[in-house]
Design a protein. Structure first.
Length: 256
């Protein structure tokens, strides 16, 4: 059964196989549960930087499509303005996927039993739904693969004008102000993406019967020192992220 994209109360929803009502997207849940202060600051930033968010979204869409094509063995020719975001990524993909088995790349990859999760727009989406609480969500993981050690990895590709970071930069670090601010912002971006991956991990188990062993964030930036960043999170951290995500989901449904 195909899945259809809908907009309800300004939030993206999807009609999912076997669920009687449309489910909000993972990104919609995250956006709707931001604090009012965060939403106000983001709206103010968008006013001061017209077109930047749209350009970033278009850039991210191109890189996602390019990764999917590259994995499928197709030639990728980036436009000149996106070359800095792509030029070091193929080598890193080759390294990460060496002797690996890709199960999902924007949609099922050589997994015909999962074809029902491909929507009428050609995009694969998985979901989670609790019949008791009525809580659920849907979304599209970027890639799921089994690595050379047999571990199942769920990863997300991000593009960013500046680097992501696991920790805030120390005052003693020799950094210019632009890089320092980017790293601070990168901490919040990383935390948000971890929740996104936790949501997809739960949905992967729910829909595909696949247990995710690790999650991974792959960030490409035009900054040479941070051209491709890899952040990997093991089972213990993933369990914490899953619990945090379910709290976010509970908060979402308490507001709607």
């Amino acid at each position: 059964m195909s899945q259809t994209r809908l907009t309800i109360d300004g939030l993206r929803h999807y009609v999912c196989d076997g669920v009687h009502r449309p489910l909000p997207s993972v990104t919609s849940v995250l956006s709707a549960t931001q604090t009012e202060d965060t939403q106000r600051k983001l709206a103010h930033w968008n006013v001061l930087n017209p077109g930047v968010a749209d350009a970033a979204a278009a850039r991210g869409s191109w890189v996602h499509g390019a990764v999917e094509n590259y994995i499928r063995g197709l030639i990728v020719k980036p436009p000149q303005d996106l070359l800095p975001f792509w030029q070091d990524l193929p080598e890193k993909l080759d390294e990460l996927l060496e002797n690996s088995k890709v199960l999902w790349s924007e949609k099922p990859y050589n997994q015909p039993q999962w074809s029902k999760y491909v929507g009428d727009d050609g995009i694969g989406r998985i979901h989670y739904y609790d019949n008791t609480t009525g809580h659920g969500y849907a979304g599209c993981p970027d890639i799921i693969y089994k690595d050379q050690n047999g571990e199942c990895i769920l990863a997300d590709f991000k593009t960013s004008a500046g680097p992501y970071s696991y920790r805030f930069p120390k005052p003693t670090m020799d950094l210019d102000e632009k890089t320092r601010k980017a790293l601070v912002s990168g901490v919040f971006k990383l935390k948000k993406t971890k929740l996104q991956l936790a949501a997809y991990s739960i949905a992967a188990e729910h829909c595909l019967g696949v247990k995710i062993d690790k999650t991974r964030i792959i960030v490409s930036t035009p900054v040479p020192e941070y051209s491709v960043q890899i952040f990997t999170f093991g089972a213990n951290e993933l369990d914490i992220d899953k619990k945090q995500w379910m709290e976010v989901l509970k908060k979402f449904y308490s507001k709607v």
